[in-house]
Design a protein around this ligand. Sequence first.
Ligand code: ADP
Ligand code: ADP
Ligand code: MG
Length: 661
Amino acid sequence: MFKKILIANRGEIACRIIRTAHRMGIATVAVYSDADAEALHVQMADEAIRIGPAPSAESYLDIERIVEACRESGAEAIHPGYGFLSENPYFARALAKAGVTFIGPPADAIAAMGDKIESKKLARAAGVSSVPGHLDVVPDADTAVAIARDIGFPVMIKASAGGGGKGMRIAASDDEVRDGFRAAASEAKSSFADDRIFIEKYIEQPRHIEIQVLGDSHGNIVYLGERECSIQRRHQKVIEEAPSPFLDPETREAMGRQAVALARAVDYCSTGTVEFIVDQQRNFYFLEMNTRLQVEHPVTELVTGLDLVELMIRVAAGEPLPFAQEDVELSGWAIEARVYAEDPVRNFLPSIGRLVQYKPPSGEGVRLDAGVFEGAEISVYYDPLIAKLIVSGPERDTAIDRLSGALDEFYIAGVQHNIPFLAAVAAKPRFRAGTLSTNFIPEEFPGGFAAPSGFVEADRMILLAAALAGRRLRERETAIDGKLAGARIEIPEDYTVLLDGRRYPVAVRPEGGAYRIEFEAESRVATTDWQPGEPLLHARVEQHVTTVQIERLPGAAFRLMHRGILRHAQVLSPRAAELLALMPEKKAADTSRLLLSPMPGLLASIAVEEGQEVKAGEPLAIVEAMKMENVLRAERDGRVARIRANPGDSLAVDQVILEFD
Ligand code: ADP
Ligand code: ADP
Ligand code: MG
């Protein structure tokens, strides 16, 4: 076994690999860029070597520098994690040349699977069922239209070099094929420096179900069940689970056998994932093979009881697989949610900054794979993943309950994050029913992510928490005032709670060490030890402890979050509420005529000119941040009066890009 390995990655996955290596008694070497000098993976490793400045191209993607770090430290092997160099055959070859073991598949297998057209041809030859389509490079838009008609609409136009959901367009008509062809090719050119495009059938109401495979260097290959990753946003996974609520044992076995056949066709060794798209009749079609450890591998670990990183290290060291296919057993249910630094309310724009507060959940069946700590910085340079929350339980319902509970308890301040959105997905009846498809998010959140305007189930708990918080706040203020005045002051029992502006009369009365809370037809007894200033309010209501996230705002106002519902609440005396209703509304500074940069970043381009009329939804400018292009669109129809920034400018948050009339 290796004595020392180097981890050529950062963030949660570097930390996760270090943890297993240490458990196996293997010393670890971290590498880091200038942006990561204080990062968690650097602190966790036994040694750390600086490899360059913040941009990935000059650090985490610099093959020579990483090979040199390996020599410097005497590490015998390298684990690449996912992303960065993990699927780069040149990296695997450079290591072989330097006499360092690559903890991953053979370079030839990576190369064979790195190209979507070539890998699909290989899959066909290996008897793997593939998406019907045209497996040759499409030279131009007219040929694309002819091929699309031949395949039958709708079709998927894809970059052969694609990955991470980029370079992909759905098209349902000739015109959409023409536009999609150009868009996919230009995106592929800028992201992968390779604009080869092919076209396949678009499978409707599809589910993404993938098979985990694992091989050793002695020719043994097994599959470790499936993961369903149908909850996607823009072809990127958001929530994954194992097993899939959709598969029956026969389909699972058929998919497993085909995945192993494909792995065998390229003499696969190490972990890999064969991705399939599955239609409503459980027909499955090969999409691509990822020749690395997958982001969502923990759900497989939780249902198989295996440590995939340990197995990768063991097979890389030449050990045979310690079990055979018939020994693989799946038990229980696991779900992973990706916690990203992005603002769901502002169309998932990435957010950066310091994690001023970071309070992850814990408890039975909760696993957290994180690469951060309180005070850590989320920078513009890398993937905005903060942590992966993974829950498990004996069956799916328990896992979902644990996911909801853990998300309510996961408190992050300092950067915007998608926890409310994840909680809202977990709370959807359709998610619980397991009737998933990759259209789940657009169908369940048609106008984007926003708080529902009416009173919903979660509002009961939010109203109760707001009333409790208002009451506790007054108790504390009264205790302080009372001491000063030396008098006892009565705390009112009747309140008007304004929940997103709607009024609810609520009564809160102490009752034997607890509070009786009455609103509408409800009467509940609750206890809490919440103190003003705490971010989580745990309330025990009839034996059940429920958590509501709460932030205090000026006045007796709060921002609350429960089960993905975000609310603003003001807890007033009925008299104050009446007075408030008579006050004219305060107007915020009018910024509606301005297009502001929603985040710090680089102004990549401006799509309009001064004097141009634009329609709502039209693209105005592109801001690059966190490896992503963010298209800023017009919120309503208007005319561009003045452009106040130039392409290439680096923008501060809220910097004015252009003005409307
Ligand atoms: P997996 O296939 O392992 O589930 P994904 O397909 O989601 O992973 O991501 C593939 C690669 O793209 C990963 O290596 C990840 O680091 C990177 N990636 C994923 N999401 C983002 C993002 N929002 N921004 C930048 N990179 C991303
Ligand atoms: P990437 O390399 O970016 O991960 P994939 O080929 O794996 O690209 O596709 C990513 C996602 O796009 C899939 O998970 C699925 O949601 C969707 N997708 C890809 N191909 C098809 C198809 N032919 N029909 C329907 N959806 C598809
Ligand atoms: Mg994929």
